[in-house]
Design a protein around this ligand. Structure first.
Ligand code: ADP
Length: 252
């Protein structure tokens, strides 16, 4: 089947499935291109570092830098592959939670600790407000930490240097509530309803958006739902910051 405006001699024959692609598949195509791009960066960096390590003339300090760089890039690629595995596990029902009684304050604290170096590097002012008493939930510690790491990492990633981040946990009726607010780039009203969709990137003109895969928030929504909770996003608009609110059933 030919598409209007394109003459046959200018076309390489398209793969058979091209004309059957719908919006979702087109997004998947873009997504695959982004995955390649995301893997190419760390691979090139690892390759350079490896060359340096193989060279007999390299100085000790340069070798150490190369090792640190390789480790960081390998961690980044591992995270990417794990996120992709989670997407497919969720899709095909292979994700099993290992739930236990947890104090949500500890989980949130661990997530903050994980992001500490990013927050410092970007000179963000972080305010953390946690209740004095434990906030018990019945949850998988790793998955729940992943939820808050993803939200907090986005809050930092999409906020300019020197901006403000707030993490607040409190109880409301039978729920434990965690609010992650930032003073960053904000989200357009028309984008908000789709922000948790898989492969969604709100503003592809923003280079920070382009650097991600649009998986993080989809994982957040699914992990929270698997725990019987919900997550929502609000923003007063572009440039006005955002707030993500996670609600989980409390276990007393
Ligand atoms: P990504 O890897 O692209 O960051 P996410 O699923 O985590 O993927 O986020 C999807 C999109 O939502 C991002 O590309 C970004 O445009 C937007 N977004 C997420 N968190 C925020 C935030 N705190 N402030 C502004 N935009 C955000």
């Amino acid at each position: 089947m030919l598409r209007t405006g394109i003459t046959p001699d200018k076309l390489c024959p398209p793969p058979l499935w091209v004309d059957e692609l719908g919006t979702t598949d087109r997004r998947k195509d873009e997504f695959l291109a982004t995955v390649c791009h995301e893997l190419r960066g760390p691979l090139a960096a690892i390759q350079n570092a490896f060359r340096l390590l193989s060279s007999e003339n390299a100085e000790t300090a340069a070798r150490q830098r190369a090792q640190v760089l390789m480790e960081r890039q390998i961690r980044q690629m591992t995270q990417l592959v794990e996120d992709l595995e989670d997407v497919s596990r969720i899709r095909y029902g292979g994700l099993h939670l290992r739930r236990e009684r947890l104090d949500l304050r500890v989980v949130v604290g661990n997530a903050v600790e994980t992001l500490e170096s990013d927050i410092k590097r970007r000179d963000h002012q972080l305010t953390t407000e946690l209740p004095d008493a434990p906030l018990w939930v019945h949850a998988d510690p790793l998955r729940l930490e992943q939820v808050f790491v993803n939200l907090l990492s986005n809050a930092s990633k999409y906020t300019d240097t020197g901006g403000e981040l707030t993490v607040r946990a409190h109880r409301r009726d039978a729920m434990a509530v965690v609010r992650i607010r930032d003073s960053g780039i904000g989200i357009a009203p028309e984008t908000l309803p789709h922000i948790f969709d898989l492969f969604n990137q709100a503003d592809t003109r923003d280079p920070r958006s382009r650097s991600g895969l649009g998986i993080g928030l989809a994982l957040v929504r699914n992990f929270v739902a698997l725990h019987g909770g919900s997550v929502s996003a609000t923003s007063e608009g572009i440039g006005k910051g955002s707030e993500f609110v996670v609600q989980l059933p409390r276990e007393d």
